[in-house]
Design a protein around this ligand. Structure first.
Ligand SMILES: Cc1ncc(COP(=O)(O)O)c(C=O)c1O
Length: 486
């Protein structure tokens, strides 16, 4: 196997773990204050940008609203005041249908760690399409090359099964955990997002909300899903004890940085403690590395924390932005329960998918991951995230704003309204203020766009290999112009 290993596999994209308690204190202070967004007198000018410069997008948005529910197919595409249509992406930049250029910190929601539309991977994908088309139904050599590469960088994943999306992979991992342990409870952390499969639409976004978003999902389907508040190990232990006498816990599933990619940051040793608890209670530990896999280092979050999960869920960076990105990795003992084919095992957890593990996804994944290693992309993008975060902090402090920014390498959080920090611990505040605070965040996102910067919902930023110091410094100037409108 010819694996590029120029970069030491121990090099991480996260240069320093944020002081979780300090971040939480600052976020809670932000939450106690009335929301502070773009000034009323400045907002019309922001909106004028969209009216005058984004007419093609606007016209498309009007058409779209008539045929696509809510006018967007994906939450990522939602931007205030209307979704922008993208026509071209290259590295650090995205152009909309009216030809406006933006510094692209959305990066497709995380997959394009190498920068958008990265040429060396595109060439390999095109070559494969020319040779056999994107799909054949038969086995392709790149399936094994990709699985070997994943095992090389994240050795806990002795075996790998490719699927269609992060959602599918979570669904499969949960099934696999139950099949392996013979137990039924699944514990997740409140606020975490693990895709939209029936059992995981539980305690989503806001801790303590349980089935609030489980519209169209029968109660029985989420009956064995539980949530615990972030970083609270005491309650988790109690749940594990209780479950022991009522069928046992099959798995704890976490986003290792904390819910929503660390929007509620995990304590530095939280994952280690989870590992110990899982061992004590004979439950599997599932790391959902859909966002973190390769983005925070070639070894993923498991490499960074030095924690070996039993199962890992992959998505996003797995294929460098190509379709379709999802997969489950884990120890041979567990993974063999997924053995494919007819009659290959008496006991197996069924997963499938016509387009799963298609040659296009596998070739793109293999070359994207190889390029990430060759270029040291997790570290380069991580340093860009550090530079951006440091610069944002400096501007925020200089202008005396209450905003909070912190980063895990290339994942930068910029919280201006703290709406993402609300929880059922204070339901009255949640009910009274959530929509107002959300609107402040959306208006901030609109103002960033009007100043040429595309973020994820006005609160999260993904940096990439393409973000040179020049790009970051340019972005900082633009952020400063927006903050002066507050
Ligand atoms: C942590 C996490 N898990 C799972 C998913 C679901 O992945 P997908 O959108 O590919 O279904 C996401 C998507 O954003 C995610 O962030």
């Amino acid at each position: 196997m010819n694996i590029v290993s120029k970069v030491p596999e121990t090099s991480h994209g996260i240069s320093a773990w944020p002081d979780t308690n300090d971040v939480m204190d600052r976020l809670n202070a932000l939450l106690r204050q009335p929301p502070r967004g773009i000034r009323k007198d400045a907002m019309p000018k922001v909106l004028e940008y969209f009216d005058q410069k984004c007419q093609t997008s606007k016209a498309l948005a009007e058409r779209t609203a008539k045929v696509i529910p809510g006018g967007v197919q994906h939450n990522l595409a939602f931007n205030h005041p209307f979704p922008l249509a993208a026509t071209r992406c290259d590295g650090a930049y995205m152009w909309d249908a009216d030809g406006n250029r933006y510094i692209d910190f959305l990066q497709a929601g995380g997959p394009t760690l190498l920068g958008s539309n990265y040429l060396p991977v595109r060439e390999k994908a095109l070559q494969l399409i020319n040779e056999c088309g994107p799909v054949t139904g038969l086995f392709h050599e790149y399936e094994v090359k990709l699985a070997e590469l994943i095992r090389h960088y994240m050795p806990a994943n002795e075996m790998f099964r490719m699927l269609g999306s992060g959602t599918e992979a979570v669904m499969g991992a949960v099934r696999l955990a139950r099949a392996f342990t013979g137990k039924k409870w699944i514990i997740k952390v409140g606020g975490a997002y693990h895709g939209w499969s029936d059992q995981m639409v539980y305690g989503m976004r806001v801790p303590g909300t349980g089935r609030r978003e489980a519209i169209g999902i029968p109660k029985g389907t989420t009956a064995y899903t539980q949530e615990v508040f972030p970083n609270e190990l005491g309650t988790l232990r109690r749940k594990l004890w209780m479950n022991k006498v009522r069928g046992g816990t099959a798995a704890i599933i976490v986003e290792p940085l904390g819910p929503e990619s660390g929007t509620r940051p995990a304590l530095r040793d939280y994952n280690k403690q989870l590992r110990a608890l899982c061992d004590e209670f004979d439950a599997l530990l599932i790391f959902d590395e859909v966002v973190t896999g390769f983005r925070v280092g070639m070894g993923g979050a498991q490499g960074y924390f030095g924690v070996r999960p039993d199962l890992t869920v992959f998505g996003k960076c797995l294929t460098g932005g190509y379709l379709m990105a999802g997969g489950i990795g884990g120890s041979k003992a567990v993974m063999m329960l997924l053995a494919g084919g007819i009659g290959t095992s008496s006991k197996r957890a069924f997963v499938g998918g016509t387009l799963s593990a298609n040659p296009l996804s596998c070739v793109a994944g293999y070359h994207a991951i190889s390029e990430m290693a060759r270029t040291n992309a997790p570290v380069v993008a991580g340093r860009a995230g550090d530079r951006l975060c440091k610069g944002l902090n400096e501007i925020i402090n200089r202008l005396g704003l209450p905003y909070v920014t912190y980063n895990f390498g290339s994942i930068v959080h910029l919280q201006t309204s703290a709406v993402l920090l609300m929880s059922m611990r204070n339901p009255i505040k949640l009910m009274k203020e959530a929509s107002k605070r959300k609107h402040v965040m959306e208006e901030m996102g609109a103002a960033y766009l009007a100043h040429g910067v595309l973020t994820l919902a006005g609160s999260r930023i993904y940096t990439s290999l393409a973000d040179t110091d020049e790009v970051i410094d340019n972005a900082l100037n633009r952020f400063e112009s927006v903050f002066k409108l507050v």
